[in-house]
Design a protein around this ligand. Structure first.
Ligand SMILES: [Zn+2]
Length: 473
């Protein structure tokens, strides 16, 4: 009798602990889908190599990786050397690791709801599995990003090199504070206010805010110039100029989220270093595009975030093969299940008004892209993942495809995601090219992506700092 009670109790404890484990997993979000090997000396033989700056592939060549660096590129490099792991490169193209200059690692892809938590650990692995080996986080918690950056740099965690802005400077109650309060559960509101956005009430607060971010390790300063939801508060020009001046005093550039042509123009006139969105609410004028070109202000278009949002509002989710492979499966399944009811969600009216603005702007995105390209503006590549339905890593691939669909030649799109992004980050002396001495951040794909951009997503292998990225089962 007593034995039976104990056995019953053991079963109850077992069920309870499995349940608890599942709960803890759910609360922490999905785990990292990747790991990295040690950096073993490697020879990739007979491979075509992307020359991103020139916009063409050359070769075939042999490429030797050692101690996290590209040691040699050329005919018969490393041939006959003992101890090199051999990778056959015939029919394949080797690219520099991709760079995404607009991500939010501490955000989530799930639909708003009680379990819409950040999926940071999952994002890190998904990014490198997609060949994205460097990212700029454009608003997130400084301390966490610094720690994550250390962990990926040392190879403790599979993930990209991480640069970051920390919390974005915005008007009190401005974007993204209002939107997060509208869509996230109440217990996350304080987290958002504290870590993702820093309200600035006027020019007198700029100096201290920027100094604090720089002391926390911020590589760039992010400002929000947009009213989300519609008619929300925005930073005024004197405050914006004070932020730019404070950033310059600390040798940092300011990157701007913009919504309209007018936002883009006043950002340029205030002296920001880059726009991390293309205007998505109205037409960008040739005059504004020429101003950006003249001032040398590059633009990360983020076509994919607006396109995905519009698709969701239209109750569609045409996911790419890479998204289906790399997205957190439970989130994606829930998204697809709930797509038919999406526009019926119980959100405040001003947010619905903003959704209408996004949807109305969708047909202008390709035209705006061509306007800035024709004016000679430098294109950068950024995805703005993670956002709802925007899966890190795969989202950058979608951005590249959308740019090509908008009329940008594939070689120029590849340059944006590699050489141009590297130069913008000030890292073009060590990443963004397949060159001896550069970091062994590499993406090996089938086919020739300069002819067909879809080839970038046909991934054979990825190395981050010479460590092979492996998919966990
Ligand atoms: Zn963003």
């Amino acid at each position: 009798m007593r034995r039976r009670i104990w056995r019953g109790l053991a079963v109850v404890v077992l069920i309870a602990s499995v349940g608890l484990f599942a709960l803890v997993r759910a609360v922490r979000g999905p785990s990292n889908p990747a790991s990295v090997s040690a950096a073993v000396p490697t020879r990739i033989a007979g491979v075509m190599v992307l020359d991103a700056a020139a916009g063409l592939v050359t070769g075939p060549a042999d490429v030797v990786l050692r101690d996290g660096r590209i040691e040699a590129v050329g005919p018969a490099a490393g041939a006959g050397e003992p101890g090199l792991v051999l990778i056959e490169g015939a029919g394949l193209t080797l690219l520099p690791g991709l760079i995404d200059v607009h991500v939010h690692l501490a955000s989530g892809t799930a639909l708003p709801g009680p379990l819409a938590l950040p999926e940071t650990r999952h994002h890190l692995g998904a990014l490198v599995l997609a060949g994205v080996t460097t990212v700029l986080d454009t608003s997130g918690p400084l301390d966490e990003l610094r720690e994550l950056g250390e962990a990926t740099r040392h190879g403790d965690v599979a993930g990209p090199e991480i640069l970051y802005a920390g919390p974005a400077l915005t008007a009190p109650g401005g974007h993204p504070i209002a939107i997060f309060e509208a869509v996230l559960p109440w217990f996350l509101h304080d987290f958002v206010k504290e870590h993702l956005a820093l309200p600035i009430a006027g020019p007198q607060e700029a100096q201290a805010a920027v100094a604090g971010l720089v002391a926390g390790g911020a590589h760039v300063i992010k400002v929000m110039l947009d009213d989300i939801p519609v008619h929300g508060p925005e930073l005024d020009d004197p405050t914006l100029r004070a932020i730019v001046a404070a950033a310059r005093a600390h040798d940092r550039i300011v990157i701007a989220h913009v919504g309209t042509d007018a936002d883009a123009r006043r950002a340029a006139q205030a002296g920001v270093g880059a726009l991390v969105h293309l205007p998505y609410r109205d037409r960008i004028t040739p005059e504004t595009a020429q101003l950006l070109a003249r001032e040398g202000i590059p633009v990360a278009t983020t076509l994919q975030v607006w396109t995905r949002l519009t698709e969701l509002l239209d109750r569609r989710a045409p996911l790419t093969a890479l998204e289906r492979r790399l997205a957190p499966q439970a989130n994606m399944a829930a998204l697809l299940r709930r797509v038919p009811e999406l526009t019926a969600t119980d959100l405040p009216e001003p947010l619905h008004a903003w959704f209408d603005v996004v949807r109305a702007g969708q047909p202008l995105l390709a035209e705006n892209t061509r306007t800035i390209v024709d004016a000679g503006v430098t294109l950068l590549a950024g995805s703005d993942s993670a956002n709802v339905g925007c899966y890190p890593g795969a989202a950058l691939h979608r951005e590249l495809e959308l740019l090509v669909a908008a009329g940008v030649p594939a070689p120029d799109v590849l340059r944006a995601a590699t050489a141009s992004n590297a130069a913008f980050l000030g890292l073009d002396d060590r990443i963004g090219a397949v060159r001896p001495g550069f970091e062994a951040d590499l993406l090996l794909v089938r086919g020739d992506p300069t002819r067909d951009i879809a080839a970038v997503s046909d991934i054979v292998a990825v190395w981050a700092d010479g460590r092979r990225v492996l998919s966990l089962p």
